[in-house]
Write a protein that binds this ligand. Structure first.
Ligand SMILES: [Zn+2]
Length: 349
């Protein structure tokens, strides 16, 4: 429902051309795009709660054509940082960043970036490449898709959630998803494990089949196009961790990547990246650890003032719900984010 309203609002902005009124003031100086999976969707299932986390290779290709034609330069994160530091905004720029380290990034996205000879960044969750990441949000989708009822103990309360119709599936998925997001990591794992045992899910096999290998990552880094950034070891929401644990998650992922690739990652992205996972405390810790920049999933384009907030950078999600070029036009105009942020350029607390 919320997604439908959002699309209606965006379409109204586009078709009335109202977005053009925002452009001069609100388009900012550049945009950092967030991507996760890049792959073709094999079955047109109406129940796809994680569809925002995947786009097709064709959409990525069309988006690259679009931004280049619109006069944007595709730059890497070092260059983005330099332009902000020197306030060099002669040409508008975009950065493409891919979170986690999925196999399809190597198979499907890398060829597109090579085709246009443009840089991109992969923020690596080292647990994913090492086979220890529990990609529970995809596995939960799988379980709900394949069952008409989900039995689960949530916060000591036994529930039988209906999951027959598409709307029931969405409702049950969201109930479980948001309960899990709010739990401590320990409780979250116990709850998920209980669900995996009951429904016979092998999370290790799923992790192995989803991840790219270190060799693939190395090949991308050595191509000269990919910047490799850090994205923690266990993909915990950092907001739930102690200061020491945040340091450990970020620092260890940087060390592991350095050992594997022979180069120290300078850039970081916060797992989940929303307000619950990354706020002022996390921004400060990541800055003190010496990362040059860090990106959130707070929505927005970049303004000159972000030079003073390099560890709280907003991004624009290239997501499966908005795979039309009219949305790229809108995103580049900055209009949706001006409205979303109530006409604030900075959202960094
Ligand atoms: Zn992530």
């Amino acid at each position: 429902m919320k997604a439908k309203l959002m699309r209606l609002g965006l379409d109204a902005l586009y078709y009335t051309k109202a977005y053009q009124l925002f452009t001069p003031r609100w388009c900012g100086v550049g945009v950092i795009f967030t991507l996760h999976h890049v792959r073709s969707v094999s079955t047109p299932d109406p129940f796809r709660p994680n569809s925002i986390l995947e786009i097709t290779p064709e959409f990525l290709d069309a988006t690259l054509q679009h931004v280049l034609k619109a006069g944007y330069e595709v730059v890497d994160l070092d260059e983005m940082q330099r332009r902000l530091a020197e306030q060099d905004f002669r040409q508008k720029f975009v950065c493409f960043t891919l979170d986690d380290g999925y196999l399809d990034n190597y198979l499907n996205a890398f060829p597109v970036f090579k085709k246009y000879d443009v840089p991109f960044t992969v923020y690596v969750n080292t647990g994913l490449l090492n086979g220890t990441a529990v990609l529970w949000w995809w596995l939960l989708e799988h379980i709900v898709r394949n069952h008409n009822e989900i039995s689960i103990v949530l916060n000591d309360c036994k529930l039988n959630l209906p999951a027959k119709s598409t709307s029931q599936k969405y409702q049950s998925y969201n109930t479980i998803y948001w309960s899990l997001r709010k739990m401590s990591h320990k409780q979250q794992y116990a709850t998920i494990q209980q669900l995996f045992d009951k429904y016979g899910v092998d999370w290790r096999a799923f992790c192995r089949s989803s991840a790219m290998s270190w060799e693939m990552l190395k090949e991308m880094a050595e191509s000269g196009l990919a910047t490799i950034g850090a994205h923690t070891v266990n993909h915990f929401a950092l907001g739930k961790l102690s200061d020491d644990e945040v340091c450990k998650e970020a620092g260890m992922s940087r060390e592991i990547i350095s050992e594997r690739l022979g180069e120290v990652p300078k850039h970081f992205s916060y797992p989940y990246g929303d307000r619950l996972s990354a706020a002022i405390r996390e921004f400060n810790i990541i800055r003190e650890l010496g990362f040059a920049t860090a990106t959130t999933t707070r929505k927005g384009v970049l303004f000159p003032q972000h030079a003073r907030h390099l560890h709280a950078l907003p991004r624009v999600s290239l997501n499966g719900g908005y795979q039309m070029q009219r949305y790229i036009t809108l995103f580049l105009s900055g209009a949706p984010f001006a409205l979303w942020q109530r006409f604030r350029t900075l959202d960094v607390s």
